[in-house]
Ligand binder design. Structure first.
Ligand code: MLT
Length: 450
């Protein structure tokens, strides 16, 4: 048929129009022109509901535009939370050793277990959980190539009719992946998608909202929080766990930044709360903790106790469902990367990771104190590598982005990019190089006041 119209459409129109098949190709273009559907590949229209591009590529695009027009500007990037220090030595050494093993026939490895090598899973259980009094079994841990992927993919195993709740502002992946899956309607003029329950995070609630009054099914929580840098106390998490148990809901707990907690009373894992294993999935990452943003390794814990329900009300174990999804769509993280990740839990590795984290948290302190002294209202940066500041005089967060970029040549992240309640706020990442962070603060000090 040489690229004309599919046979099913042809047959259908031949019958309707009482025409010969040879004549039909002349009239079908008119049907297309008037938007009348013929047989053709269709797109997932949920993607059409998404707002513009993904936040960080949009920031990169604006920054690159500015750079092209101003090639002499020395731009300092405190936008995306990307690390700047190299991998710790213990990690690099383990990485090299594992690569050498892959170069030798006697020690070469092909496919590994999709869920991850036992040596890494055991190290995770011992160091991330047992040390905090939490019991996790090996079959509950799934090693992956990142928490972005895991927090984005996890929604696939839950029904499309679930009501989603997110804190607002929020890491955009949680919302966008639910939009793509078709769990929402369109976005309104503020950018709120129909069908999602937004829980505003404000200075008044310390950016840690309480559970909603209404019934929601799938709840995304991120503590320490990206973007606000807020944390949840044990009591706050207990309220969420109680809510989820009472409402047969599931909490998706993103703990990618737990290594940055400095205050001893703040929980590092939701499983420190009694009963949480019945209702929560936890996501952890080596990205920010140990400099793995370009190396890629993370893990997700799906407890055996966790249940979701069929439409008929039958309780189903969630762990084997995620296992089925993971083993079908993922072939495991490479052996050298897992060996490198496991090295973060050796004595040297732990010490070096602490130094990395300490370096970034000193940046956070510097940003926080400099901006506070300049009169900005500043939040976060104590238990998290993000500083969340109120834009001066209520200036819009994208306007503030442009001002900072063009006048101080500093890139940050506009709060509005994280959700409607982020408008009027701005995020600075503490993952920069120290000298750049200091220079950025000096430049911000010289910004024309508003
Ligand atoms: C961020 O800047 O929010 C993060 O780097 C994004 C991510 O981890 O994917």
């Amino acid at each position: 048929m040489g690229g004309a119209f599919p046979p099913k459409a042809q047959r259908c129109f031949c019958i309707i129009l009482d025409m010969e098949p040879s004549e039909i190709n002349f009239v079908l273009p008119f049907f297309h022109y008037f938007g009348i559907c013929t047989d053709m590949i269709t797109i997932n229209e949920n993607y059409m509901k998404l707002k513009a591009g993904y936040l960080f590529p949009e920031i990169a695009r604006r920054t690159s535009d500015f750079h092209q027009k101003n090639p002499q500007a020395r731009i300092i990037r405190l936008g995306i939370g990307d690390v700047t220090l190299p991998l710790p030595i213990a990690v690099v050494e383990a990485f090299h050793r594992a690569v050498d093993e892959m170069a030798d026939k006697a020690t070469f490895r092909g496919y590994g277990p999709e869920q991850g090598y036992d040596f890494l899973i055991q190290a995770v259980i011992e160091n991330a959980y047992k040390s905090r009094g939490v019991g996790i079994t090996p079959d509950e841990v799934f090693i992956s190539d990142g928490s972005k992927c895991d927090t984005g993919n996890i929604q696939e195993i839950f029904g499309l009719d679930n009501t989603i709740a997110v804190t607002d502002p929020v890491y955009p992946v949680y919302v966008d992946t639910n939009v793509m899956a078709g769990r929402t309607g369109d976005a309104d003029e503020r950018g709120c998608y129909e069908g999602i329950v937004y829980l505003p995070c404000t200075p008044e609630n310390n950016f840690a909202p309480a559970p909603p009054k209404e019934q929601v099914d799938l709840i995304y929580l991120c503590y320490p929080n990206n973007p606000t840098g807020a944390v949840a106390t044990k009591e706050a998490l207990r309220q969420w766990v109680d809510y989820a148990r009472a409402n047969k809901a599931v909490i998706l707990f993103d703990a990618a930044y737990e290594a940055f907690i400095t205050e001893p009373e703040i929980p590092h894992s939701i499983y420190e709360i009694e009963g949480a294993k019945e209702v929560a999935i936890e996501f952890r990452s080596f990205s920010k903790t140990a400099g793995f943003t370009g190396t890629r390794c993370a893990f997700t814990v799906v407890p055996r106790e966790l249940r979701a329900y069929t439409a008929a009300g039958r309780a189903v174990e969630v762990n084997p469902v995620w296992n089925r999804r993971h083993t079908t769509k993922f072939n495991g993280v490479s052996y050298p990367v897992q060996a490198a990740a496991a090295a973060t839990y050796t004595n040297d590795g732990k010490k070096q990771v602490r130094q990395l984290v300490g370096y970034y948290m000193e940046n956070a302190r510097l940003i926080r104190t400099s901006l506070s002294e300049l009169g900005y209202n500043v939040y976060g940066g104590v238990n998290a590598p993000y500083i969340w500041l109120q834009t001066p005089n209520g200036i819009g967060s994208w306007d503030f982005f442009d001002k900072l970029l063009t006048e101080a040549n500093v890139v940050g992240t506009p709060g509005a990019g994280f959700g409607p309640a982020g408008e009027g706020f701005f995020r600075l990442s503490a993952f920069g190089d120290r000298e750049n962070v200091q220079t950025a603060m000096d430049r911000i000090e010289k910004l024309v006041t508003f």
